[in-house]
Design a protein. Structure first.
Length: 323
């Protein structure tokens, strides 16, 4: 069956996948299958591999392609691949191989050397030329990591100049007005439609959805909450959506700490029985005993809250998974 390529109508949760490693630092293929099954079971619309949370720079080219191929074969949903690189040649090589492996599209963040709007627009033209102008791609707008700021006008310019640009991964902070500006361009006919999925762990997801985002692309360790939140907002059940979000917010906020956020997420995924080890490939961060105790307390609070609000939060299944 031919791969369905990413398009501008993509909606829902495209979860950012962690990369499971063994304690010795090898990619854990068994845990990777279990992780994919977990994500699909949570109801995600797609899976994004080799993002920042996926420790992409720590993998070799061959490992990246092998991982993508495994996820594509296992998943029943589209798979996007982060291909950002310091140079266009390695980006083009990885794109070719992952698209050949069945990826639905790729995600590209600009290098920190890009400083002006003109440079940013030119970079994406050059990147599209390098990967092939028929390959669907996602703009990764994450100033915290890249140091590059996208104004709404330059997003419109990139979309206009690159027909294969079909999605914005919005991860600016604060950035709600940027979503409004982009959606206004589209409503006024000044820009063609693109999908907008949001990151930052989902920290502002209720408001982002209400501003016109189509879903989330992030790696929170309870992706079923993100899926249900998107559904509730889409159904007009605003109060129920915010109530569900508020139950998870303390843990979500804790996960967003710079430096140890990935360690927290991997710990929770291990705690939930999804991956065998919370190891990261070096250089890596580790949780102190005090941090582990705090995470455990937050998980206990979440479980209690979900049980208390089971009818509104979709039953006891989420509470059982939190335990």
């Amino acid at each position: 069956m031919a791969t369905k390529l990413l398009d501008a109508d993509a909606r829902g949760v495209y979860v950012i996948a962690a990369t499971p490693f063994t304690d010795a630092g090898a990619v854990d293929a068994t845990s990777l299958d279990r992780l994919v099954d977990f994500y699909v079971g949570c109801g995600v619309a797609g899976i994004t591999v080799l993002g920042i949370m996926g420790e992409a720079p720590k993998l070799t080219h061959a490992e990246s392609v092998t991982l993508t191929r495994q996820v594509v074969r296992r998943a029943k949903v589209p798979v996007l691949v982060g291909v950002s690189a310091p140079g266009l040649a390695p980006m083009a090589a990885l794109t070719k191989d992952v698209m050949d492996a069945g990826a639905a599209g790729v995600m590209i963040a600009p290098p920190a050397s890009v400083k002006t709007d003109d440079q940013l627009a030119a970079y994406y033209v050059n990147a599209a030329d390098a990967i092939g102008r028929d390959v669907p791609f996602v703009i990764q707008d994450y100033p915290y990591a890249s140091g590059v700021v996208f104004a709404p006008g330059v997003i419109r310019r990139i979309v206009d100049e690159n027909p294969a640009c079909v999605m914005l991964k919005h991860e600016d902070w604060p950035g709600l007005d940027k979503i409004t500006a982009v959606r206004r361009f589209i409503a006024e006919g000044a820009m063609r439609r693109i999908s907008i999925l949001c990151g930052n762990g989902g920290l502002f997801l209720p408001q982002e959805l209400e501003r016109g985002a189509d879903g989330a692309m992030t790696g929170f360790a309870f992706p079923e909450m993100l899926v249900e939140l998107v559904r509730l907002i889409g159904a007009g059940e605003r109060a129920a959506a915010h109530d569900l979000f508020d139950l998870h917010l303390p843990l979500l906020r804790y996960e967003q700490q710079p430096g140890i956020g990935l360690a927290v997420r991997k710990y929770v995924l291990k705690r939930r029985g999804v991956i065998a080890s919370d190891a990261q490939r070096k250089p890596a961060s580790r949780l102190s005993p005090e941090s582990v105790a705090e995470v455990e307390w937050l998980l206990g609070r979440l479980q209690a809250g979900l049980q208390a609000h089971a009818p509104a939060a979709g039953g006891n299944a989420a509470a059982e998974r939190a335990a």
